[in-house]
Design a protein around this ligand. Sequence first.
Ligand code: PLP
Ligand code: COI
Length: 359
Amino acid sequence: MQISSTLTSTPTDDARLAEILANPGFGTNFTDHMFTVEWTPADGWHAARITPYGPITLDPAAAVLHYAQEIFEGMKAYRHADDSVWMFRPEANAERMVRSCHRLALPVLEVPDFVQAVSALVEVDQRWVPGNDGAGEKSLYVRPFMFASEKFLGVRPAEHVTFMVIASPAGAYFKGGAKPVNLWLTEEYTRAGRGGMGAAKTGGNYASSLIAQQEAYAHGCDQVVFLDAQEGKYVEELGGMNMYFVYDDGSIVTPETGTILEGITRASVMELAGKMGHQVTERRFGIDEWRQGVAEGRIVEIFACGTAAVVTPVGELRTKDGVTPAPASTELTMKIRDALVDVQFGRADDTFGWMHRVV
Ligand code: PLP
Ligand code: COI
């Protein structure tokens, strides 16, 4: 892919950038540039470019605004102690976006083009990748997304599609950092049904999660737990994270795929835990197993994981019928979290070949 570059004449000055990177929060400040490439049936992907970050114009009839034909990805770039900059498994995000493209009837952006696009933006905005001051949480969150930009109100796959990449320096996703998050169980709303879009990373899934997320906040919880749509019995995932249940014999269960988002962190945690000697099983996991397992002391840890929130211990489960208390321990959770972030920040050997050097 040939990428043209028009750099900003007003880059963020060093003092302002230092201020942002000192306390980046999540998803509020954006780098100086963005990547764009467009697709039409006649020309395929064309006009790849890096330009100054800024608002885009969309026709009011752009299909995405009406029918939500949209997908996105979430990934991070990390600065290592020697100042080199690395991304974590960008090919895995690229492959997941290909699967999302198929589900949302969007044109496929090939894996190497995706990786080239995210790398190009991270490289041009490399001074926005935070250094780490010992806390080891800061990174540059990279958000690739694709949407139906065609001006047309008929319901069919768009014939003008735009793929963009933006990036935003990020600290801890939850205000409390790696402290246990309490979860709210929604029994009214579901996230995805059989044949639906649950495995695709598409905005519609997040739109449908918001009302349940609002309920979670109202109950003092940071995230919401979704159950399967068919029987309302099996744990699927959180609004933005996958889940793990650790038993007293060291074995680990994670809900099977199909209607959940197949997290890159989820897959990586399975490999890391396996390497640490834990047996990891993907299967249906009943909400009653959660309640009973904790009550009987057989479930000793629960954690959730995702790119934005990394690996986070789960505390209480609050439901309309009462509370399941937090499991006793967070020991393995923190061990897995440390093993993962140590690879991401270059403090441990990358034995799985996950890291991709950008700068
Ligand atoms: N599940 C949902 C609904 C998510 O939004 C995310 C976050 O991206 C995940 C799971 C975890 O996926 P990943 O580890 O690829 O970030
Ligand atoms: C991510 O972890 O990348 C997510 O997409 C979670 C949330 C910010 C939507």
